[in-house]
Design a protein around this ligand. Sequence first.
Ligand SMILES: [Fe+2]
Length: 506
Amino acid sequence: MVDVGETAERGNGVSSGVSSRVSEEGAGWSCSQIGTFKDLRPDRASFSWLDPRTLWRSRNEILAALFGDPSGQVRSRWVAAQRSRGVDGSFRIPVETGPEFSFLVLGDTGEGDASQYAVVPGMLKVGEGTAFAVVASDVIYPTGSGNEYEDKFFRPYQDYPAPIYAVPGNHDWYDGLGGFMRVFCDAPALEAVREGFRLSPSGLRGLLWRRPERIDEARLARARERRGKPGQRAVQPGPYWAIETPGLLVVGVDTGIRGDLDREQTDWLREVSRDPRPKVLVTGKPIYTRNEYKPSKLAGGGTVDDIVTDPACNYVAAIGGDVHNYQRFPVRVGDRTIHYIVAGGSGAFMHATHTIPRVTVGGVHEDDYRCYPLRGDSLSFYSRLYSERLRMRWLYLTPAESAALMSRRIGNTPVRDIPPVPVTRRMRWAARLLGGWPMPFRLPVGRTFHRYLSELSDWDTPPFFKSFLHVSVTPGTLRIRCHAATGCLPQEIEPPIEDEVVISLS
Ligand SMILES: [Fe+2]
């Protein structure tokens, strides 16, 4: 494992700035100059989760939870349609690379607002020379509409010169995957299935279910021109796939709305995982997150993690979107370590990390766990936001106060040096209200905060605490770096490395 020091050595010809693990400036707290990303944005309109129309358009999430998730059946129809169009059923994407190459992973990108565009300059800089990029989950918020790809996909990534592949997230599925399949697989819309109403869970679901949006083809064609150069164009075979390089397979799975894999995808995943080459899994739902173990279920029993941990399948890392921050759990499996990574921090609002308890899951020691933003920065950020929103100045906790609180709660030394800060009653109550300190009577504030309040806390000014991954491969090693995007100019010029791990492939 590599420790991220003061300034990391040059990688990819791009020097890396001081990270949030070293200084408050590195976290973007003293943002004297906003980055150039502001000039890339189409307008000043910001995306809001507080808009009732956004919530109504996202209603399929609740319907799937109440009445069952139809993603598996619909996915089978998409896959059958792809096969009937002549797409090879192995769903492999051969990519020509030398023995050494690199790629980017971005997760949960598509809000189309400042927090998405803030990632772009650093991603272009660090991504120079990469063979391709992968978007893991939620390409387009709130509902994956094919009519919203211009400002949430084609425009932000118009200057990224290589192909971009993607696995869908729950939000892409709120459109029945229509927009996603049209854009990434060049698939025509599925024929609508007319079912008469039945008094059953699926009948009730069908009554309220949001149908796929009709795509304005002329508008989509114009949007596509933004990534129309020969090197950028890419067509993937389906919502799940395996990118095939000489020394590595990158295997992408589609976890639908609720996280389950259908029978056909399960069979495909078992088959593709038999390939002896080392593999990285990219999934719409992370296997480990927030000190919890949540592997996606396979049709017919078992979980995705049964395949990931099978030594014969040779997975070295599993990267999941859906949770909008960065986390890494190095889990010991037999005589190997598999790195389980959450990488959903590349565009949408930030999920708090200060509500994550001391890590023990999967036998991982807290000292070996990594997250970005640091828990203290997450708490400080939310305290600032809510002290402003609620006009309660006492709620504000400085980055140093928050770091002191978090290190006391987690039981470790603060990640970056802080001056001695006494923990006062006022600080503890502020942290309690924000889910960062235990409540009396064991009220589940942390979980509630993660589930609902993070979503209602979207903001539009730096620091954004966004991140993306740069993965580089040699015949013997795979190196994963998490780069920060704060929205401030210094971190745009030298995107800091918040975490780095080098994995042996031999
Ligand atoms: Fe998401």
